[in-house]
Each structure stands twice: as structure tokens, then as C-alpha cells.
Design a protein around this ligand. Sequence first.
Ligand SMILES: Nc1ncnc2c1ncn2[C@@H]1O[C@H](COP(=O)(O)OP(=O)(O)OP(=O)(O)O)[C@@H](O)[C@H]1O
Ligand SMILES: O=c1ccn([C@@H]2O[C@H](COP(=O)(O)O)[C@@H](O)[C@H]2O)c(=O)[nH]1
Length: 237
Amino acid sequence: MTTRYQRILLKLSGEALMGEDNYGINQIVIRRIVAEIEEVNKLGVEIAIVVGGGNIFRGMKSANGDMERVTADYMGMLATVMNALALQDAMKRVGLIPRIQSALRIDQVVEPYIRGKAMRYLKEGWIVIFAAGTGNPFFTTDTAAALRGMEMDVDIVLKATKVDGIYSSDPQVNPQATRFSKLSFDEAISKNLQVMDATALTLCRDQKLPLNVFSIFKPGALKRIIIGEDEGTFVMI
Ligand SMILES: Nc1ncnc2c1ncn2[C@@H]1O[C@H](COP(=O)(O)OP(=O)(O)OP(=O)(O)O)[C@@H](O)[C@H]1O
Ligand SMILES: O=c1ccn([C@@H]2O[C@H](COP(=O)(O)O)[C@@H](O)[C@H]2O)c(=O)[nH]1
């Protein structure tokens, strides 16, 4: 089967990993997500993943006066390492070969981010999971996805989240919101659509790196994007 994209950066929502639970990692959900990734891996697509941490800890929420923002952000980045470990475990169970690289050094647990090594893993057909975001406070894993996507020279960033695309306003708050099938980066930024932070959108725009936002809960959606079908919202220059 021919694919539209040969190398992708998949941004996996941390919040999606908790499924219907209020917190943490739901094993059934994680197995379902890994099955979607496995399908695409079998097509020969090189897959790099940045995983979020919102199911465990978000810096900004916890920093509201109760905690120093920088400390809260480091906690958020560590949360993404936990998610990466859970993903790695689930991937190994189905015979995939995952490698985690962390932007923060925790050498006993995962290897540090080394671009050349990550590129080599991708060429081997192994799946690279980037943990700890950018390694810097005041950023998000969406920005890490744009950054690592550029560094890995991927064809597209795919943001897999809980909603099936970018809407005129948050569809979880406004049921009247309408979905865009295509959008330019400038429109997404100027309309302040919130689904992805402006830093990430700006990085993608400036490097002409396309983005597709889609629901990770829709079976087969990831594969459909890979083979060139319309799914979610496509954002380009
Ligand atoms: N205009 C919009 N279109 C679509 N979703 C929106 C919009 N505005 C806000 N959202 C919300 O943005 C959420 C996705 O972004 P968010 O950064 O919160 O999560 P994530 O990146 O998927 O998860 P995590 O931060 O845990 O990795 C959606 O669940 C949706 O409710
Ligand atoms: O580069 C980064 C990435 C993340 N953080 C902190 O981690 C949490 C979780 O990440 P999400 O993108 O929200 O899933 C985030 O709220 C930040 O506190 C960071 O500081 N730097």
C-alpha cells in the first residue's frame, strides 16, 4: 500500500490516555492506541512520538499561587516520562520496538535525547518516543512536537487528541462549534483556536511543516491520514 507520508511526528495527548477515567493511564485505551500505531508501523512509516502529560500533571494549573511555575512545569515534564514508559511497555507487548529519549536526563530510566541516534532508530523502523517535552519550563508538549518534528525532518505533525479536529471554538464547551476540514496556520493563530498553542503553530508555519489534528479515539483515523484520506483538520501555510 502506498503512503502519503514516510516519516511522521505523532503528538499523543496525555489526556487521551486516561480514557473515561479522571486521572492516570487506562491500559485498555493505551492498548487500543498502540494497535493504531502498529498498523501504520507495518506500512513501513517511520514514527516518532511526543507524548503529553495532561492526564497526570499540568504545570500551569498547579502553579496558580500554590507552587512555583518552574517547579510545576518540571513535574509536568516528568509526568510525560511516566506516560512514555507506559507506552513503551504496551508497545513491547505487541512486538514493536520502542526507544524512549528524554529531554531531561534520567539516565537510569531512559536514554537522553540525541538527535543522530533518534534518526538512526527511525531508519531501523523502530518507534522513538520523545519524553519530557522540550526540557524547558514555560513550554508545552505541542511545542516539543513541532520542535522534534523539525529536527527529525518529518513530513507532517499529527496531533492525536480527544476531539476530531479544529473547531470554531472548543467543541467540548460549545456543541454549536463547527469543524474546519482545512485551515491555514495564520487563520489558526489569528482566531486563537486554542487546540494547539501559538508557539507550536508558529514553529510549524515558519518551517512549512504541515499539521493534521484528529481524534485518536476514531478507529483507523491515523492510518487513513497516512494513506492520504481526509480526516480531522489539515493545517498548512
Ligand atoms: N477550537 C478548538 N478546536 C478543537 N479543540 C479545542 C478548541 N479549543 C479548545 N479545544 C480543546 O483542546 C483540547 C486539546 O488540546 P489540549 O492541549 O488541551 O490537550 P492535548 O494536547 O490533546 O492533551 P495533553 O496536553 O494532555 O497532551 C481538546 O480536547 C479540546 O477540548
Ligand atoms: O516542554 C515542555 C513540555 C511540557 N511542560 C510541562 O509539562 C506539562 C504537561 O505537558 P502538556 O503539553 O500540557 O501535556 C505542561 O503543562 C507543562 O507544565 C513543560 O514545562 N515544558
